[in-house]
Ligand binder design. Sequence first.
Ligand code: ADP
Ligand code: MG
Length: 704
Amino acid sequence: MPKSSLDRLTIETLRGVGPQLAIKLQKIGLYKIQDLLFHLPLRYIDRTQITPIGAVQPQTEVVIEGEVRACDTVFGRRRSLVCRIQDQSGTTTLRFFHFNRAQQDRLQPGVLVRCFGEARRGKSGIEFYHPEYQHLDQTKANKLEDTLTPIYPATEGITQSRIRDLCAQALTLLDQQPIVELLPSKLNSDLSRQLSYSLLDALRLLHNPPPGTALHLLAAGEHPAQQRLAAEELIAHNLSLLRLRQKIQRQQAPSLLEDHKTKTLFLKQLGFQLTTAQQRVSAEISTDISSSVPMLRLVQGDVGSGKTVVAALAALQAIANGKQAALMAPTEILAEQHRVNFEQWLQPLGIRIAWLTGKIKGKARDVQLAAIADGTAQMVIGTHALFQESVSFKDLGLSIIDEQHRFGVHQRLALRSKGFSEDPSANIDGSAPHQLIMTATPIPRTLAMSAYADLDCSVIDELPPGRTPVDTLVLSNLRRPDVIERVRASCINGRQAYWVCTLIEESDVLEAQAAEVTASELKLLLPELSIGLIHGRLKPREKLTLMEDFKAGKINLLVATTVIEVGVDVPNASLMIIENSERLGLSQLHQLRGRVGRGSQASHCVLLYSPPLSGNGSARLKIMRETTDGFKISEKDLELRGPGEVLGTRQTGDMRLHIADLQRDAHMLPQIKSIAEQMLINHPKSVDPLIRRWLGHNQQYAQA
Ligand code: ADP
Ligand code: MG
């Protein structure tokens, strides 16, 4: 075996691995010997000790030993071989549906057998179906396994024993050249239990847990050896984000000083007073962007907390300093709405606005692109079309991304790179833009620490005055006629309503169909109302017209798919019906419900479900009924659906964790953050190797 580090040596250097096996191994992400070391068992079975038959618990996997007392073929619905075995503590039944004569002959009374299998409650008490078994030879010692037996993630054509053998070989190599310990030995941290294991010991234990290792801890992922690896992985993730932040903040950003005159003008024509929270967050942003270190700030604010105006103030500060500002929204409707707001707020101040979405093509597009490129457009609003390569800014000072949970970190980086100095079309002075990210999905603090380690956080924790919290009802579909009556009454009284059709499949077509069916039905039942239908399959123009008509009160009831989920703002709409609400995640329900309760009149949200409701479904809807606080809802969502749902793209797309689990390991996150920060300062040399070890396949992090 040549001396080369384990992260370079390919698996093919191991005994018994030819090109064909290597291909199969690659399918499950195993290329290098180091990959094998980190290929940890899914679970373990304990074949190290014999359980007395009398002590066997149902639903456990155990080894038992006993003497065959009887063995008979039983003819029932299916022919089976039933074998009673006994030890000093009790008797139990083994049941085989597939068996042959020779097998039966050898299981004669008096014979000693050892079995391994899962105990279940059966007709005659505890039974084992098709256990593995072996005959015991009384003349020699029948050795038990001396470590717990690992069960590895595998794939077709690779047996457990094959993977076990390969992992064993990899572990042997570890004796000759130990894997490099990258976590500093002296860390100022409370994670002493987690960090009590060296990486080497943790890996050894997890591949070959000695007898007596607490299986329940392993099963829960809470064994210190597992926690050791999880901690290291989380530290690596955290570091990758901090590196990103460092790289960006090494660049120069334009120093955008506050311009009191324009700000005062802006606030005067606004028509309302900023809330204390808006003022505070706005001041934080203002301070950030007046510095020449690029701002990286996340603004969290519940739906309706008034993030847009905070964004506008930031944009204004950039523009007042002669720079461009860009605002990107995740959907066409939202982008349009921002455009309307910004036109209303900024045009009176003489600011020119450009507008770019994927649907703007040809000549119209060229006009917008030219205005963006030559700086005529001071404020640029659009969808992810702003990311495209053909878009170049003259002098981008601030980029704002709304509803961040819809975008991944890479899209964010792409917009940022529009202002990068490496880009020949970037800002003349080679500066990087400041960056502001806004999300209406409140993220529990510990989670935010980890998923957004590269960002500073501000929270708008106050709603504008005069809002009455939405009153939420949970009703079975059987009450649909009543609900329709309620819509009628409400609309006749001058209110407006949404009727949201949802499907679990992510299919625009199906969702649109469902909405069409509902809309026709409602039109029949509510002939006196003007009913609009909006869904993702409509042309952008049609969608916008519909939203305008709704906003202008020309439509009483808007039947919609989840296209209205984020950001849409029609204050007079005060009733929302959500169909199939039991199938949606809490965050999504919260977003949807946030479309009402924006005016001063009392608003209602009816969550319809089709009975029967599952326990989890009923728990979720109960939370929706009980609170309108986005932070509370996201904490619950985290509990019920896990971090993927709460973090959206960012988690599922970008933060693929192998061993750590943001929910299970949440308690470590504050210390992880502090360890990562210490390492960056005191052990900078270990940082990149650590990131490579854990995020090797996800190199963008390290390079971005
Ligand atoms: P979100 O934070 O969900 O993006 P918006 O920025 O869309 O919220 O604001 C929701 C509504 O509240 C808008 O109609 C906006 O004009 C209004 N608004 C924002 N701030 C205030 C305030 N301080 N006082 C009154 N109304 C406000
Ligand atoms: Mg918004």
